[in-house]
Write a protein of this length. Structure first.
Length: 215
């Protein structure tokens, strides 16, 4: 059976796996974005706190994904839970780093002007600093999503959802008729999803950034 015949015969299951893969990455990115921006907001004013946040999240990223999931399985079991925890932790570094850089890069004169208008620190953050820091934050989200697309495939090791199970089945059955087709379908599916997510982020950037900030 050639690759195109394989896709034709398995297209429904491939779509289900792709939706599960995209859903897992999307949910983890939402959580990682909220946590990452919060960490950035709390730490960007202090040099040592920002460095500590970056160091802690970068240390997490050095842990091999198989090892991370293997360590989580005895604690939270198989399936979705270890996948969500691992992906969320891996997604933090780019978001935290870009949030800190973006917030520190806001022009101090704009912050002073907002203070002069009587804005509280929370209002300055919500109305001035975060909107101006949004472009680098969005860049961090894009980088994080691309990483998680690939890492999510490893979740199949812990019976997690997504296209990784297809790749693992193909590797486990190398030499069989459809082994290469399974690996290729899973890999290409992840690449297509990554490109679709990135295109969505480009659209979000155009809709949420003023032309002056984009330029």
């Amino acid at each position: 059976m050639n690759f195109w015949e394989y896709l034709g015969n398995r297209h429904q299951q491939l779509l289900i796996d792709a939706c599960q893969h995209a859903g897992a990455v999307f949910q983890c990115m939402v959580v990682a974005t909220v946590l990452g921006v919060l960490i950035g907001v709390v730490t960007y004013r202090s040099e040592w706190a920002g460095n500590l946040a970056t160091l802690a999240t970068s240390t997490i990223l050095t842990v091999p994904s198989l090892a991370m999931i293997g360590l989580l399985v005895p604690i939270v079991g198989l399936g979705v839970a270890p996948t969500v925890i691992a992906l969320t932790l891996y997604g933090l570094l780019p978001i935290v780093r870009h949030a800190i850089v973006g917030l520190r890069g806001v022009d101090p004169t704009l912050v002073d002007a907002a203070t002069g208008l009587g804005m509280s620190r929370l209002k300055r953050l919500a109305r001035v600093e975060l909107p101006l820091a949004w472009p680098p934050i969005l860049t961090g989200i894009r980088v994080s999503t691309q990483m998680l697309m690939g890492i999510a495939a490893i979740a199949a090791y812990a019976s997690g959802p997504g296209l990784g199970s297809l790749i693992f089945r193909g590797i486990a059955s190398l030499g069989s008729e459809n082994a290469l087709n399974q690996v290729l379908a899973g890999t290409l599916g992840i690449i297509v999803l990554a490109l679709l997510f990135d295109a969505a982020y480009v659209l979000i950037g155009r809709l949420t950034m003023s032309r002056g900030i984009r330029v």
